[in-house]
Design a protein around this ligand. Structure first.
Ligand SMILES: [Mn+2]
Length: 261
């Protein structure tokens, strides 16, 4: 099963904007994520939770996020995580989010929500986290996929390996990944890049831009190819924080990044 077109997505998470310790660095890293969307000619950007470090970040930081999104003309889908929960006191309900760029999309449905991009043949699904506890299951209620559209699921939570005996908050179980109906499962919550594909489901943590890069002074993002012939291919791209970006992907850097996984 696959979509009947070919698209490319950039997947990131855990940008922690407004981090009290290294706010400037977190912002520089996210600006570079935005640059990478154009560099890799991606069709959309996925930001899978913990976009902001805590609920009290100043409005300036929220405005920074939206201004960065406004720099590109591709859809940007944001999923709230445990640092930026979606509830009645959520930062996503504050004033700056009353004036969002047209390409900004926020998953707000706590029981699950699909945002469709017909021009891309793409459905993006996710559950907005309202509480970070063992009862919240990020993959619960994922809809069935269709035969002619890509289904990409966003989930912010903790993947449980078979040897993990204690149940963590926002758990994601191996069986749930294996049985997931999506073509690609874009995960957030972990700092590091990590593949947790099971069965026919391609599932990856992007890691945070800075935490996932094996090279200092660089960021890592996941480049996700959804190809109607070859299916799903995920590559970790390593992008320098400063300096010009080449228009073509840096193949050597991409290869170096993969060795670290
Ligand atoms: Mn988290």
């Amino acid at each position: 099963m696959a979509g009947d077109n070919t698209i490319r997505l950039i997947h990131t998470s855990d940008t922690h904007l407004g981090d009290d310790w290294r706010s400037d660095l977190a912002e520089a890293a996210f600006a570079r994520v935005i640059d990478s969307v154009a560099q890799f000619d991606a069709d959309a950007l996925l930001v899978v939770g913990d976009v902001f470090d805590h609920a009290r970040v100043p409005d300036r930081v929220l405005e920074f996020y939206l201004a960065q999104i406004a720099r590109i003309d591709r859809p940007v889908v944001t999923l709230p995580g445990n640092h930026d929960l979606y509830h009645e006191e959520s930062l996503y309900l504050r004033d700056p989010f009353q004036r969002v760029p047209p390409n900004f999309h926020l998953l707000t449905g706590s029981a699950g929500q699909t945002i469709s991009f017909p021009e891309l043949g793409l459905d993006v699904w996710g559950r907005a986290m309202t509480q970070h506890n063992p009862e919240f299951r990020p993959l619960e209620n994922m809809p069935a996929g269709s035969d002619d559209r890509w289904l990409v699921a966003l989930a912010h939570g903790h993947f449980h390996f078979p040897e993990d005996t204690d149940l963590r908050s926002s758990p994601i179980q191996e069986r749930e990944v294996m049985e997931a109906s999506c073509h690609y499962l874009a995960l957030g919550h972990w700092e590091r890049h990590c593949e947790v594909s099971r069965g026919d489901t391609s599932a990856f943590y992007s890691g945070s831009p800075l935490g996932s890069s094996p090279r200092s002074g660089h960021i890592g993002v996941n480049v996700v190819e959804l190809d109607k012939i070859s299916g799903v291919t995920v590559t970790q791209a390593i992008v320098p924080l400063e300096g010009p970006l080449s228009l073509a992907p840096d193949a050597a850097a991409v290869a170096a990044g993969r060795e670290e996984t």
